[in-house]
Design a protein around this ligand. Structure first.
Ligand code: BEZ
Length: 251
């Protein structure tokens, strides 16, 4: 599997990803003895918090670098390389938890089928990822700079509306108990380089065909477009909107 992620940069500069997962963790509310999958576990911090509640948890991630770092961080825990669209597991789980992952999966029905197959009847989903309108200002600025410069500027994210995602879940045998789309502007770690580091970490697809030598000036132009909108009190923010979903597999 091709490695797209720099796990050190992720841990060093993007810890807000798992720190901001507290809300969906509360929604999961893991109980002692439950079997739980953490889909898109990254470097394992939320997986470890689930284990601290006494659950038996397995972390899954499609990035070899993330799985390797998670195993190094938490050597006693179980982490496996897995693709959200195709994974299968042995036995049945009580819950699938996923934070900040499913917007990377452009085949949402395949992921829903995999999650369903992993759950026992009555098992639950606690999911949070980018919803409709997520990072809309950042996307608009990137596209407004790259397209006139002659680049295709296409992203590879899936930010569905509540109605779209709830319908997919219902079609595949889930009862949707809660679905929310809410803004959660997120402070980026470095006061001056925060936006640039976020773009460098997460926006590879947009810049695929942009030669390394011209990226700097284009990034500066994107920053200047976004500064009046996303730079506040000495910090950059990403204009996240989260889709948070709680659903149960109909028996
Ligand atoms: C998100 O967590 O919403 C997100 C992260 C990286 C790229 C796009 C969206």
């Amino acid at each position: 599997m091709a490695e797209l992620w720099d796990s050190s940069l992720y841990e060093d500069r993007h810890s807000f990803v798992w720190k901001a997962g507290a809300g969906v963790f509360d929604l999961l509310d893991p109980k002692p003895g439950e079997r739980i999958l953490d889909l898109g576990c990254g470097t394992g911090q939320l997986t470890a918090q689930i284990a601290e509640r006494g659950a038996e948890v397995v972390g899954l991630d499609s990035s070899p670098a993330m799985v390797a770092q998670a195993r190094q961080n938490y050597p006693k825990m179980k982490f496996m390389l897995a693709d959200a669209r195709t994974f299968t597991v042995e036995g049945q789980f009580d819950a699938v938890f996923s934070n900040a992952t499913l917007h990377w999966v452009l085949e949402p029905e395949a992921a829903i089928l995999s999650m369903s197959q992993a759950l026992r009847p009555g098992g639950r989903l606690a999911l949070e990822f980018g919803g409709l309108g997520n990072v809309a200002r950042i996307m608009a600025a990137i596209e407004a700079v790259l397209r006139p410069a002659g680049y295709k500027a296409e992203h590879t994210w899936y930010f569905p509306a509540i109605g779209e995602y709830a319908l997919l879940l219902e079609r595949h045998g889930f009862r949707v108990l809660l679905a929310q789309n809410f803004p959660r502007w997120t402070k980026l770690e470095h006061p001056e380089r925060g936006l640039r580091e976020w773009i460098e970490m997460f926006c590879g697809a947009y810049f695929e065909n942009v030669p390394a030598g011209v990226r700097g000036p284009l990034l500066r132009e994107i920053e200047e477009r976004l500064r009046p909108q996303l730079y506040c009190d000495g910090h950059w923010f990403a204009d996240y909107r989260r889709l948070r979903v709680h659903a149960e597999k109909i028996a």
